[in-house]
Design a protein. Structure first.
Length: 276
């Protein structure tokens, strides 16, 4: 995973990430000789008087940020009909974000959530820490298959008192009112939603009578996929749900992006960063 994302992180995301997520302000760095074009207000008058030569203050952006990855590991994330599942896609996105963060000397932390808090790794710096996070994402087995993203967001708000950049990575198939939790989180943290989906959740294949299994509830239902009306309703329901969710994010001032298991995730992520 490190090898796969290293080039992307170095050549694409580090610059985009740095531009998209600003530091907390400007901090004094050093003084240097005044140069033509420098603003008068940056002159350090004490140093200038001491050496009888004009000097200006140099400021640098305070870059150290904390990135929190809140990742849904409920049963529906195991779904995938192409080369990867939604869980695999979440892992790749998390790797890119985490390596981009440490390339900018930021801290990274992890929250895994089903309908309960499953795992928490406190934010730290360094490649070794990121590899621990990725190992947890690969190996960790959730105790529950149900979904309540609010549980992870509530834990985030209780543990992270300082402002963080929080990426919520999920398919947002959640019967609970996760938007309320997202809005509350947005008040304190820079919150970004990354919505995952699979092509088969959008388009029902025409293969006759098929049995659909709900990975979270364990329920099954039979559907006649040969029916044009059934396939049309299936696609319409998905599109309406997707549009409503993204509209709610926008209304709450939360940046969001959709990524699908059968599509290139790079373009939507770069577009998200550039938009910011």
């Amino acid at each position: 995973m490190e090898i796969k994302t290293k080039g992307l992180t170095k050549h694409i995301f580090s610059g985009e990430y740095h531009s998209a997520f600003k530091g907390r302000g400007m901090a004094f760095s050093e003084v240097r000789d005044y140069q033509f074009g420098d603003e008068v207000r940056t002159i350090d008058w004490n140093v200038t008087a001491r050496y009888n030569n004009p000097y200006v203050k140099v400021f640098e952006e305070e870059r150290e940020l904390t990135v929190m990855l809140v990742i849904d590991i409920s049963g529906s994330e195991e779904f995938g009909t192409t080369e990867k599942t939604k869980k695999d896609l979440a892992l790749e996105i998390a790797a890119i974000l985490a390596f981009s963060a440490i390339a900018n000397n930021d801290k990274v932390g992890l929250i895994l959530v089903s309908d309960k808090m499953e795992r928490y790794i406190a934010p730290e710096k360094g490649k070794k820490h990121v590899l621990i996070i990725l190992r947890e994402l690969i190996e960790f087995k959730a105790k529950s298959k149900l979904t309540d993203i609010n549980e992870g967001l509530k834990f985030l708000r209780n543990t992270q008192k300082k402002r963080t950049i929080t990426f919520v990575i999920s398919d947002f198939i959640d019967q609970n009112n996760f938007m309320e939790g997202m809005r509350l989180t947005k008040k304190r943290h820079d919150t970004i939603a990354i919505k995952l989906s699979d092509i088969a959740e959008q388009i029902l294949p025409n293969v006759g009578l098929i049995q659909l299994f709900n990975a979270e509830s364990g329920e099954t239902t039979w559907v006649n996929s040969s029916s044009r009306e059934v396939r049309a309703k299936y696609q319409k329901d998905f599109q309406e749900n997707e549009a409503t969710t993204l509209k709610e994010f926008k209304k709450a001032g939360i940046d969001s992006v959709s990524c699908r298991t059968d599509e290139d995730m790079i373009k939507p992520l770069v577009a998200l960063f550039q938009k910011r």
